[in-house]
Structure formats: structure tokens, C-alpha cells
Design a protein around this ligand. Structure first.
Ligand code: ATP
Ligand code: MG
Length: 198
């Protein structure tokens, strides 16, 4: 079921292109930070991604850490053609750490790629997924990241997700939400669930 004025099938592609042609570009890009120990940081970012896509904006979703599973949202990316860029950055390092030097090199490569994408102004929304975690572990220098955020074109919104956002990023951001865990099924031994967690 969809709203009655949204076409189905191949006309849907044209409908998306029309949204893109008519889109209003953001006047002032904002920096949003989703942090804290509760579930919902990446989910919230993906919620904003759906709104951005529905507005006709181009979105870059950049993963600083790749999970153990392919996330289901990746299945939707091809529907949006070049409107939605979804990238595992750099060497796409995982939650399992190797040597500190290798992790730092991977993070620097990832950030260089993210910075180019930010600076291009091609995407109205750029999600830096798990960058807070990478910063809090000292794999990346927060001053470098702030410099990249400050240098971005004016109409680019940015979302930074991950636990333990550094105070310098919190100070600079326009919006900060802290997800606080009240309950999580993991505490009862229930592991990550397809469709909910990935
Ligand atoms: P999500 O992607 O589900 O929004 P998140 O981005 O807030 O989660 P991450 O730190 O990226 O959280 O961790 C991702 C995975 O860890 C998800 O499977 C999520 O359900 C799980 N998770 C998040 N918070 C907790 C927690 N407090 N205890 C146990 N597992 C958690
Ligand atoms: Mg996350």
C-alpha cells in the first residue's frame, strides 16, 4: 500500500527524478550527533535518510566500521540509483581490532574519503556512521574532523553516530541526542535480530 498519487513500477524512477528536480536545497546544513549507550543511533540516522531521500536529496551513508552482518537497508540502496551512495570506507575495518597503527591508518584513509565526499557538496545529507566510536578510540583526530566539517559547503547536513561522541564534537554540533539504554534484549541473552538490528 502506498499513497494513491505515488506511481508504481518503472514510473516510480521518473517520480524520484522529479522529486530531485523540485527539491529545495538546505540553506544551512546542520551537524546532528546521535550518541549514547542505548540502541537507536544508526536507526535514527537511517530514519533521517528516508526523509532526505523522500525530499529528493542525495545521501551519502558512509560506514566507518563494518558490522558482522550485511544490514538490510543495503537491499534498498539500488532502488535509489545514484541518489543514495552507501560505502564502507577505507579498508572497512571491523569491530575486532588489529594493531593500533593499522587501525589508525585505516581510519585516516576512511576520513580522507569521507572528507572528499563532504567537500564535493554533491550530497545534501552525509552520514558518518560510527565516526564517534572511531574518534573516542583515538583512531582519528577530532580537530581534523572538525576542520572537515567546518570546511564543507553550506547546504550539507551531517549526521555523526556512535557511542562516546567526544566533547569537542558535541560542542560544535547543532543537535545532539543521547540514546540511553533502559532495557535491551541482549541483557537477557537475546542476540541481534534481523529486521530490527541489521
Ligand atoms: P542500531 O543500528 O540498531 O540503531 P546503534 O547504532 O544505536 O544500533 P551500535 O553501537 O552501532 O548501536 O551497535 C549496533 C548493534 O548493537 C545493534 O545490533 C544494536 O541492537 C546493538 N546494541 C545497541 N545498543 C546496545 C546495548 N545497550 N546493549 C546491547 N546491544 C546493543
Ligand atoms: Mg550504530
Amino acid at each position: 500500500m502506498t499513497s494513491s498519487n505515488i506511481p508504481a513500477g518503472k514510473e516510480y524512477r521518473e517520480y524520484l527524478q522529479e522529486l530531485r528536480r523540485k527539491r529545495a536545497r538546505p540553506e544551512q546544513g546542520l551537524v546532528l550527533v546521535f550518541t549514547g549507550d542505548g540502541k537507536g543511533k544508526t536507526s535514527a540516522a537511517l530514519g533521517v535518510v528516508t526523509r532526505a531521500l523522500g525530499t529528493g536529496w542525495k545521501v551519502a551513508f558512509l560506514q566507518f566500521i563494518k558490522g558482522n552482518w550485511k544490514s538490510a537497508e543495503e537491499n534498498l540502496v539500488p532502488l535509489f540509483g545514484d541518489q543514495w551512495l552507501y560505502l564502507k570506507l577505507g579498508r572497512g575495518f571491523t569491530w575486532e581490532h588489529e594493531s593500533l597503527e593499522e587501525d589508525k591508518a585505516a581510519a585516516r584513509e576512511a576520513w580522507a574519503e569521507a572528507r572528499r565526499i563532504l567537500a564535493s557538496g554533491e550530497y545534501e545529507l552525509v552520514v558518518l556512521d560510527e565516526i564517534n566510536y572511531v574518534l573516542s578510540y583515538g583512531f582519528l583526530d577530532v580537530e581534523d574532523v572538525l576542520a572537515g566539517l567546518k570546511a564543507r559547503p553550506q547546504g550539507v547536513h551531517v549526521i555523526c553516530t556512535g557511542r562516546d561522541a567526544p566533547p569537542e564534537l558535541i560542542a560544535y554540533a547543532d543537535l545532539v541526542t543521547e540514546m540511553r539504554k533502559v532495557k535491551h534484549p541482549f541483557d537477557r541473552g537475546i542476540l541481534a535480530q534481523q529486521g530490527i538490528d541489521f
